[in-house]
Design a protein around this ligand. Structure first.
Ligand code: PEP
Ligand code: MG
Length: 436
């Protein structure tokens, strides 16, 4: 039984306020802290901000906090719902308490914090780890599959101060034999990359962006990929590490064109066709296995055209916003073959699971993601194992809020092996891990 629900305004990794929830049952107190995006999709559930410029430049979340204290908390306590068995009903109650389509009344940040804390409490009450609780909630099969970590080692877009339009350039150690080895490979490449950047651009170029990746003075995607080729080779992992890109292109889509010079002094407008040609040439020249948001959330035709002949995982982030409505639409339009899963895009754990299961039903992949504004909460590490998504992105192997997830995943791998549980590493099968 839920005894009380407390909430407080705390900070995320960018120094903006965020929501922290402490949910108390007769077994203890269970905490959740909510992440926040910068390159957000237009159709995401609404993150409630105070808009009071006298505090935190209007970014405060005191309204969301009081919605938990005054509305959500009392309703959860009075409901008598059980955390170990009733997560879906709890999330349904939260959704109905809000009553809007996009959770704009109570705030998706308030609702998600409560939903996450309930799941944590639920796992403790059931006497099982959170990943197993989430596996049962989702109906995923065993054995457990450890994900390939996609490390965002070069930051651009709205996450960094350099001129690089593309937001994320990632390395994926698909050739590792375990998650723990994949982390080692990623870290070694990250350190070599630092050396390559120092040699090429000097020590002042090793500053990092919001997700812990470097942000050297480059502007073109091939410059980023060339740096990675060099770093991977220096680390001795050529062939065992693949690449991925998230241009986050909704951020630079203006009047039907893509301005890949949007952070530069002069515009560099590209039509969808030109951008398509750029992607095709990058896919031919580099070992890229995944492309996320190559086109804007409103540019459906370009998605569909590109997906007709797409040799890699094509992930919808802003396009789908972890929402079954858009996943359904994208399947009808044959717009992509994978869903990015961000829990705060939809606002409850049950709805995020529902969206993942719908994506699986279309034979798509599911790619779990952190947000650029993160916290030390490692919930998504358990989620990726519970849902058997086979891969996740949680930024570079650098900065506490990023490594919290990778560290938790190494704990989970050690826990499973220690218990003698069968546990696979997704490796090159990361796209179809749910079917292993
Ligand atoms: C992304 O676009 O995939 C991302 C993680 O960035 P943000 O959290 O800023 O949306
Ligand atoms: Mg994205």
């Amino acid at each position: 039984m839920i005894r009380s629900v407390q909430a407080a305004q705390r900070l995320d990794s960018r120094g903006h306020p965020t929501v922290q929830v402490d949910l108390t049952t007769d077994r203890g107190t269970f905490r959740a802290i909510v992440p926040s995006g910068a390159s957000t999709g237009a159709n995401e559930a609404i993150e409630l901000r105070d808009g009071d410029n006298s505090a935190y430049g209007g970014q405060g979340v005191q309204k969301a906090v009081s919605n938990i204290r005054l509305v959500i908390g009392p309703a959860l306590v009075q409901s008598g719902l059980k955390v170990d068995t009733d997560q879906r009903m709890i999330d349904c109650l939260l959704k109905h308490l809000d009553g809007t389509k996009n959770k704009s009344k109570l705030g998706a940040n308030a609702i998600l914090g409560a939903s996450m804390a309930c799941a944590r409490a639920g796992a403790a009450h059931a006497g099982i780890p959170l990943y197993e609780f989430l596996r049962r909630e989702s109906g995923a099969k065993k054995p457990f599959v450890m994900p390939v970590p996609f490390f965002n080692v070069l930051n651009g877009g709205v996450h960094s101060g350099n001129k690089m339009a593309f937001q994320e350039t990632m390395i994926a150690p698909v050739g590792a034999s375990s998650f723990t080895e994949a982390v080692q490979m990623g870290c070694e490449v990250y350190q070599k990359l630092k050396k390559v950047i120092v040699e090429k651009y000097g020590t002042s170029a090793t500053g990092i962006g919001d997700e812990g990746g470097f942000a050297p003075p480059i502007s073109q995607p091939h410059e980023a990929l060339d740096l990675l080729v060099q770093a991977v080779s220096l680390a001795g992992y050529s062939g065992r590490i693949k690449f991925a890109i998230d241009p986050a292109s909704s951020e630079f889509f203006k009047d039907g064109n893509y301005d890949i010079g949007f952070k530069d002094d002069k515009p560099n407008l590209q039509s969808s066709k030109q951008l398509t040609d750029l992607y095709r040439s990058l896919l031919q020249n580099y070992p890229i296995v995944l492309l996320e948001d190559p086109f804007a959330e409103t540019d459906w035709d370009s998605w569909t055209e590109f997906n007709k002949e797409c040799p890699v995982e094509l992930v919808g982030d802003d396009l789908l916003v972890t929402n079954t409505k858009y996943v359904q639409e994208a399947n009808e339009k044959r717009a992509c073959n994978s869903m990015l899963l961000k829990i705060n895009q939809i606002g409850t754990i049950s709805e995020a699971i529902e969206a993942a299961n719908l994506a699986y039903s279309f034979d798509w992949s599911v790619f779990v993601s952190h947000r650029s504004g993160e916290t030390t909460d490692d919930f998504i590490a358990d989620l990726v194992v519970g849902l058997r998504t086979g891969h996740l992105k949680s930024g570079a192997p650098c900065r506490g809020e990023r490594v919290a997830k990778y560290n938790r995943l190494m704990d989970i791998e050690a826990d499973l092996l220690g218990k003698g549980e069968k546990c696979l590493y997704a490796g090159s099968q990361f796209r179809v891990a749910s079917k292993c």
